[in-house]
Ligand binder design. Structure first.
Ligand code: SF4
Length: 247
């Protein structure tokens, strides 16, 4: 292959494992080259293995009810679940409803969450979304994607997490881990989180959709790590399509 064409091909493969619009630092681990599409039987096999290994996967964001889940997800943007949990453990003791959050007020809320990145903006959003929940939704977290997305600080991923974890809907929230796993494995290659989300929804059998989001997140967080994937202990290493897998 001429040098120029090879360079362009490599660049496109690297970009395809990272959400469009993010930094495109070169990384071996971010390539996504899909040689052969997955068969329905193979997809089923993957989720049967995840299910067998962890029948009831749990999200790691601590919460007490749909409202505190919503707040935790809004706070978790560009932050770790562990960091959010450290802050919300105390916060939710005093503010576990929209009304109590408003009574706490933005200034005191900021004190509880100041260890979390972008906390000033997040505090503003949490107060504004609490207000909107009271004004427009009777103090309850709504059950539709459009309504959740209308809340300050809540986007599509937030809506998908809340719908799935609070209301048992078959949604697929795509965070950085799910995005990487979807691309590397070849299960659902896509240049944007939305492409990966729709790709996964299309291929995952309905019976696995309730937990699929957590299985994929946990797989990305603990096995298919960004820099050094642990292919040697990976449950699906025989099926994974990533050309750089180490087994
Ligand atoms: S074999 Fe497993 S850990 Fe390795 S790249 Fe594939 S999915 Fe990730």
């Amino acid at each position: 292959m001429p040098k120029k064409a090879a360079k362009a091909k490599a660049k496109s493969a690297t970009k395809s494992a990272r959400p469009a619009g993010k930094s495109s630092k070169k990384s071996k681990s971010s390539k996504a080259m899909v040689s052969k599409p997955w068969t329905p039987a193979e997809v089923r096999e993957v989720f049967e293995r995840f299910q067998k290994a962890n029948p009831e996967p749990r999200g790691e964001l601590e919460h007490l009810n749909p409202f505190t889940l919503l707040v935790a997800v809004v706070l978790s943007a560009q932050a770790t679940d562990a960091g959010v949990n450290r802050a919300t453990r105390e916060l939710f003791k005093v503010a576990d409803t929209p009304q109590k959050m408003l009574e706490l007020g933005e200034e005191r809320l900021r004190d509880y969450i100041k260890t979390i990145g972008l906390y000033r903006n997040k505090a503003k959003n949490v107060i504004a979304l609490s207000q909107k929940l009271l004004t427009d939704f009777g103090g309850e977290v709504p059950r539709t994607r459009a309504e959740i997305e209308s809340l300050p600080g809540a986007g599509r991923k937030t809506a998908n997490v809340v719908l799935n974890m609070a209301y048992g809907e078959h949604t697929m929230a795509v965070d950085t881990h799910v995005f990487r796993v979807g691309n590397r494995t070849g299960l659902a290659p896509g240049k944007t989180p939305l492409e990966v989300e729709l790709g996964l929804e299309k291929i995952i059998p309905s019976e696995f959709m309730l937990h699929a989001h957590h299985w994929l997140i946990l797989h990305g967080r603990y096995t298919c790590l960004a820099r050094k994937p642990r292919c040697e202990v990976c449950l699906i290493n025989d099926l994974c399509r990533w050309p750089e897998k180490t087994v």
